[in-house]
Design a protein around this ligand. Structure first.
Ligand code: PEP
Length: 266
């Protein structure tokens, strides 16, 4: 089973409106030499830069998305952004449950479940982050935490909708850190997640659902991570805030897609 690989970056609270065109021009110039036809590439700008990003990336292989959204469609929710607003702004994706939302803004997976529903109903692809803390890892409960997060975020979804959700395994201790999780560690967590999907939704659904890895990915460690069987792409923070870094990672994911596709043809 070949899943379409993904290369994406969340800009977090970086890149103002006036900086977007330069980033996009530099990225697209370098991507000219890369065959991205077999992968999905995305950037998640801050809300205020979505308009500029929609213009700069319109008609290119780079899609855009939001970094969060509200679970309701509209209403008295001061300071919030709805799924239809993201769609209006040209988004295809929305990131949910990023560790910084969980840690600093009280996000919960129960809320994430409502957001997944709303995103899917609106036609956005939710990218749901999952990941254990350093303490969870020390106490040997990483897999149990991932299982609980995934089960809560996907609760009530009919099996056929699950592949419309992208999961992103982002160990919280590896985000913004000096080192990514090791390939062996990532492989084990992705195997656990795939098995969980299979148990709950069946092997066909599990085989079609994409699970990305994120957490201190760089152009140097990216190839070994995206080469893993159950890793369906890379989700990048700091290393992609400069377009040259992101271009290199996109090229690595595109190369991995070719290798994986040849392997599955055999
Ligand atoms: C992230 O915040 O989702 C992330 C992966 O960041 P970084 O690559 O900087 O660790």
């Amino acid at each position: 089973m070949t899943r379409r690989l993904m290369a994406g970056t969340g800009w977090k609270m970086n890149l103002r409106t006036g900086e977007v065109a330069g980033y996009a021009a530099r990225l697209l110039e370098q991507l000219h030499a890369v065959d991205t036809s077999a992968i999905d590439v995305f950037v998640l700008p801050p809300y205020t830069s979505l308009g500029a990003a929609a213009t700069a990336f319109g008609g290119t292989p780079v899609a855009i998305g939001g970094q969060n959204m509200h679970w309701e469609e509209q209403g008295a929710w001061t300071g919030e952004i709805s799924a239809p607003m993201l769609l209006d702004a040209g988004c295809r994706y929305v990131e949910l449950a990023h560790s910084e939302r969980l840690q600093h803004f009280g996000e919960t997976y129960e809320r994430v479940r409502s957001k997944v529903d709303r995103a899917l109903a609106t036609g956005l692809t939710p990218i749901v982050c999952l990941g254990e803390t350093a303490e969870d890892r020390r106490e040997g409960r990483s897999d149990a935490v991932l299982a609980s997060q995934a089960a809560t975020a996907l609760a009530g979804q009919p099996a056929q909708r699950v592949p419309d959700v992208v999961l992103a395994y982002e160990p919280r201790w590896a985000i913004g850190s000096s080192e990514a999780a090791s390939p062996d560690y990532v492989a084990a967590r992705h195997t656990t997640l795939r098995a969980l999907l299979s148990e709950r939704f069946g092997t066909e659904v599990a085989g079609r659902t994409r699970i990305l890895y994120g957490g201190s990915v760089t152009p140097d460690n990216g190839p070994a991570l995206v080469a893993l069987d159950d890793v369906d792409g890379l989700f990048v923070g700091r290393a992609a805030w400069h377009p040259d870094g992101f271009a290199r990672i996109v090229a690595e994911v595109a190369a991995a897609a070719q290798v994986k596709s040849r392997r599955s043809d055999r």
